[in-house]
Design a protein. Structure first.
Length: 622
């Protein structure tokens, strides 16, 4: 049984605290991904970085390259195809490093163990390679194909698989938030699970001012990597200018793949085109400059040759001075555990939350780490000047084991409040409401009286999400505290002079809830729909849907439209974002559209998704 204790992590202004080393501006919503609906695409160019030197554990290495080949069933074919590449990597770094995304194979074939001994890893690509995985109203079959591949590959002698790639993620919107919620973040019937996904595609473009134009633009001004996006199919499985690992849904490390894969490249300009290798090489150079991860997707289907992929190793050696290390997913995870997480993982041995949070504690633009479980209570802060970690104690466990009950998970909500950029933690527990504030010199210090005004916002030990969220609604860099439980809707502002929360002059729209009366997600998304710097609301539950735009001058939200459904999960201007059981229905936002992908859209709807224009929704009259 999992119970939740309400906890709020925020950034507060308190007199006498030293100035922190802030980034260009305080992003009041930089922690929102931790307690919003699962979003595989939450990162952007301005998100704090998790650079390779923070976790690779090897001086002189600025980038990691993971050369990952998909679709393996015929083991002999893959050995013949990969051998030139494997041997080239060995000549470069003494040991190979590559990953094979695998379908149904004989786990006892000695070639698999031989590859692993050379530095390879054998990873999960489902048993049957359905495109898309979620399709034809059959969630059970999707999970069976995913789970079955994990259990099959776990029979191979060795550590077992750690990573997954969604079939056809380079050619269609087969990735869905619903997949992470109901499949990846669960366990197989045998209790196994994975730690890494590598299904989201990364586009480098001219939107990153840190990259030289010659790397992201062609001589005629065309965007070098955007040109590979297959625009004839509403492709939205994309992030931009964030070449770093990041966390999805609390339990998954995402290693984004460079656009293009070899499929995308041949779709644009034919098979085995030398321009593909040229662009990959420039992408590797750009990611080395950004100190990120270059994850390549390729296949043995005639779209590219292994010798062409091996040219990337030549480029790393000759043009990048050996600053690139080629690793498998298994090796990358091992280094993250060792050098970033002090031997811990995002997931416990039973697959649950291990009390690990990767966030930018001091707002310096680099990710830090909180580990708070029965073994460790530590905050690790990265010092970019020295290239090293400093550590301070974290004051309590985020996840704890209660005999006879099971693991008890502390509910978290992160934000920024006031003019400071350092983090603070507000906890509602057995000892009442307490607040700790981060200082670079002293670490976490409890602040007396900071929680006046917050009593009664959550019922301790209720066993469910209390619906408390911290969001910078009005865009001033300081979060408001939103009481999002159904039937509440109060909003509080931080009073810096009194150092306490005070009621705001507005509340959530009466029709909107963050969680329902069971404490389950109700289908509310806070997004800046009209690009005015404030947070609007898109709400779509099994019972109703609506759009509400924030007016900073009123202040408060005004209704664009709101409508009830005739039946549960019935039709409306927007489909439900959550199902009756509170699970994600597969919605995400991308470049002015809301997309939705699940087992009821795959192989049924156009391009396997539903798509809704945000502009058209904003023009809707009540």
């Amino acid at each position: 049984m999992r119970r939740y204790l309400p906890l709020i992590c925020c950034t507060v202004w308190l007199a006498g605290l030293p100035v922190v080393h802030a980034a260009d501006r305080v992003d009041g919503n930089r922690f929102a991904h931790l307690d919003e609906p699962i979003d595989p695409y939450w990162v952007s160019r301005t998100t704090a970085r998790l650079t390779t030197p923070q976790w690779v554990g090897e001086s002189g290495v600025d980038a990691v390259a993971i050369l990952s080949i998909d679709d393996m069933r015929d083991i002999r074919k893959y050995e013949q195809f990969l051998r030139p590449l494997i041997d080239r990597i060995k000549r470069y770094q003494g040991r190979s490093g590559f990953s094979i995304l695998t379908n149904n194979v004989d786990p006892y074939d000695p070639q698999l163990a031989a590859w692993m001994a050379e530095g390879g890893s054998i990873e999960v690509h489902t048993l049957t390679h359905p495109c898309p995985l979620l399709q034809r109203h059959n969630l059970f079959e999707a999970k069976r194909s995913y789970d079955g591949c994990i259990d099959l590959l776990s029979r191979i002698p060795g550590p077992g698989p750690v990573a997954y790639r969604m079939p056809c993620c380079d050619s269609m919107n087969s990735v869905s938030p619903r997949f992470f919620d109901l499949i990846f973040n669960r366990t197989t019937p045998n209790g196994r699970f994975l730690q890494i996904d590598s299904s989201v595609f990364l586009v480098l473009d001219e939107g990153d001012p840190d990259l030289p134009r010659k790397l992201v633009l062609e001589p005629d001004g065309r965007s070098r990597f955007r040109k590979y996006i297959p625009h004839d199919r509403w492709m939205a499985n994309l992030i931009y200018n964030y070449p770093y690992p990041y966390v999805i849904g609390g339990l998954c490390l995402e290693f984004p793949c460079i656009m293009p894969s070899d499929w995308d490249a041949q779709y644009l300009h034919g098979v085995k085109n030398p321009r593909t290798v040229h662009d990959w090489s420039l992408g590797l150079k750009a990611i080395t400059q950004k100190q990120g991860v270059f994850t390549l997707v390729f296949h043995p289907h005639g779209w590219i040759e292994a010798q062409q992929v091996a040219m990337l190793v030549d480029y790393a050696e000759k043009e990048l001075a050996g600053r690139v290390r080629f690793l498998s997913f298994q090796e990358a995870l091992d280094r993250i555990r060792t050098n970033l997480l002090k031997g811990e993982s995002l997931r416990r041995p039973d697959g649950g939350d291990n009390g690990v949070r990767i966030i930018d504690v001091n707002n310096d633009g680099f990710m830090d780490v909180i580990i708070a479980n029965a073994r460790l209570k530590v905050t690790r802060v990265w010092d970019r000047r020295t290239g090293s970690w400093s550590e301070k104690t974290f004051p309590f466990e985020l996840v704890r084991y209660v005999p006879g009950t099971g693991y008890e998970q502390v509910f978290t909500a992160f934000g920024t409040v006031g003019s400071q950029a350092a983090a603070a933690v507000l906890r509602v527990g057995h000892d009442g409401i307490r607040c700790w504030v981060w200082d670079d010199n002293t670490g976490w210090s409890e602040v007396e009286g900071a929680c006046v005004g917050l009593s009664g916002l959550a019922k301790e030990g209720s066993g469910s999400d209390p619906g408390i969220r911290l969001r910078d609604v009005d865009g001033d860099g300081s979060c408001e505290l939103i009481c999002g439980r159904a039937g509440d809707g109060r909003v509080f502002r931080w009073d810096a002079s009194a150092q306490r929360w005070e009621r705001a002059g507005y509340r959530l729209p009466a029709q909107v809830a963050v969680v329902d009366d069971r404490g389950l997600p109700a289908g509310a998304y806070f997004r800046d729909l009209d690009h005015d710097g404030t947070l609007d609301i898109v709400f779509s539950s099994p019972w109703a849907c609506g759009v509400f735009v924030f007016d900073r001058f009123a202040p408060g939200w005004r209704t664009v439209f709101y409508e009830k459904r005739a039946t549960a999960m019935g039709p409306g201007r927007l489909p439900p974002f959550v199902r009756l059981d509170g699970s994600s229905n597969g919605a995400w936002f991308h470049e002015g559209f809301i997309f939705l992908q699940n087992e009821d859209t795959g192989a049924i709807e156009k391009n396997h998704v539903l798509r809704y224009s945000v502009d058209e929704l904003l023009r809707s009259a009540e």
